[in-house]
Each structure stands twice: as structure tokens, then as C-alpha cells.
Write a protein that binds this ligand. Sequence first.
Ligand SMILES: O=P(O)(O)O[C@@H]1[C@@H](OP(=O)(O)O)[C@H](OP(=O)(O)O)[C@H](O)[C@H](OP(=O)(O)O)[C@H]1OP(=O)(O)O
Ligand SMILES: Nc1ncnc2c1ncn2[C@@H]1O[C@H](COP(=O)(O)OP(=O)(O)OP(=O)(O)O)[C@@H](O)[C@H]1O
Length: 245
Amino acid sequence: MLSLSDTVPSDWKYLNEGGRHIVFSYVGSPHVDFDSMVLRLRKINPDEQHTLASADNTEFTRQFHDQIISKLVPAQYLPEMHTVQLDPEWLGALARQTEPARPAVRAAKDQINVNAKHGIVCADLVGGKEWAVEIKPKWAFLPNPKFLSPATFSTKTKHCRFCIHSAVRSSKGKGAATGYCPLDLFSKEESRVRKALYELWDTWNNTDASTNNLRIFVSGTVIRPTDVSAIIQLQTSIHQMIAIA
Ligand SMILES: O=P(O)(O)O[C@@H]1[C@@H](OP(=O)(O)O)[C@H](OP(=O)(O)O)[C@H](O)[C@H](OP(=O)(O)O)[C@H]1OP(=O)(O)O
Ligand SMILES: Nc1ncnc2c1ncn2[C@@H]1O[C@H](COP(=O)(O)OP(=O)(O)OP(=O)(O)O)[C@@H](O)[C@H]1O
């Protein structure tokens, strides 16, 4: 199993985080195991301090990748992934160094789980000189009507979870991909798939990339539609790619 002991916490730069995990990219001196890789660590919130399930889900992540995702995505497109051993002191130093870089809304909710025994080292999918697209497609199914209450039956059999959440967000004046529906994206019907992709793009454009369903990176940095130089760089890369194809 890989160990981080021949790297120091400052070799790992805060990249991004979600509701459960925090991700760092390797910026240390050249290293055969860590160049172009990210470190993905579990976070913990104060209510979860003592629950086993939240303490270490690395094995689950590996099994999900190896046994489920590998059946859906051809091997050549799967990112390289390794389990890595962690040390509480090393993690504590990483956590202290990282706190100022984290969005306040995240830092108020949770922190790196310094007692986690394992993390994941994975190929950096957005770094490098090229461009990358990240989508968060969300749940692509309607709930089983058997488990719905009479109060929600009518709404939840017609509208998916994502659409309901988007409508609520929008009604509160928050940015939301209200035209995008995961059921369209996974419908296998060309017109619906096309609609879903255009809606993701339009929301990215109209909300100045403030929603998390579509993110575009150029040279490892997330870009916004108002970022003219990055857009020109993106257009150039796409034209070059089309010319080569
Ligand atoms: O509840 P949803 O559908 O909005 O999804 C939550 C996500 O919100 P999103 O709408 O994608 O911004 C949410 O993502 P963010 O914190 O918004 O990045 C988490 O992924 C959350 O998972 P968990 O409860 O932290 O394990 C997600 O919760 P679960 O869907 O896993 O319950
Ligand atoms: N291999 C990777 N290469 C580059 N960036 C990554 C990689 N893995 C994750 N990230 C970045 O870190 C962010 C958070 O990672 P991830 O989605 O694993 O967190 P999460 O907490 O499980 O997410 P969620 O909020 O959906 O629960 C991603 O949105 C992505 O921008």
C-alpha cells in the first residue's frame, strides 16, 4: 500500500471539496507515485465523530470503483486509483494548513477526518495543460411509488428529486439548473439528451458558473463564462482538437 510519508503536507495543494470529501493536488518535487495525482480524503462533521461508517469508507470507494464503475466504464477511461495509508499527525498538519483555503460555508460544517486510516490517491482529472469538463448529473430515477406518502405522491411521481430541489432553490432566489433534468440526460433519447446538455450549458452561462452541475477547467483552473481570456484559450484548444480529429 502507498504511504504519504515521503511527502510533506505542503506538497499537497487544496483543489476542491464536496459534501463528503476534500481533494488535494500533488505539487511537490517529482515523485513516481504522486505526479499528476490527487489525494481524496473523507471529511467528518462534529455529529459524526464516533460513527464507524463515516470514519473510513475507502474500502467501499475502492469496491464501488472496481466492481460497479468498472462494469459501466471501459477500463481505458477509468482513472488510476490507489489506497494510501494515513498518519494522524501528518493529517493534522494538512488540516491546519488547508483551513484558510476552504470556503467558509464548508469549513463551518466539517473538517478533515484526522483519524482516518486510509485515503485515495487518484489520477488528477482536471490538471494538466488541456481542458476538462466535470458534470454532476444527479439522481436519474423516480422513487418507487410504494414508499411515497399521499402528501407527496402526485409531485414525486411526476418530478424527479433534482427538479424538485431546483424548483425550491430557484423559488428562494438561488441559482439552479431549472431546465435540466437527469431523467433527460439518461433517457437514451437523442432529443432529450441534447436538451439536458444544452440546459447544463445555458445554466453555466446564465449563472456565471455558480451552480455545481457543470464545471469547465482550463489548465487545471475552473473558468467562468465572463472570463474572456480563458474562453479564448478553451476555443483554441477545441479548434485544435477538431483539426487533429
Ligand atoms: O441532496 P441533494 O440531491 O441536493 O445532494 C446533496 C449534494 O447537493 P447538490 O444538490 O449536489 O449540491 C451535496 O453536494 P454539495 O455539498 O452541494 O457539494 C452532497 O453531495 C450531499 O451528499 P452528502 O449528504 O454530503 O453525502 C448530497 O446529498 P445526497 O443526495 O447524497 O443525500
Ligand atoms: N480525481 C480528481 N481529479 C481532479 N479533481 C477531482 C478529482 N476527484 C474530485 N475532484 C474535485 O473535487 C471535488 C469534490 O470531490 P468529490 O466529488 O469526490 O467530493 P464529494 O464530497 O464526494 O462530492 P459530493 O458533494 O457530490 O458528495 C469534485 O467536484 C472535483 O471538482
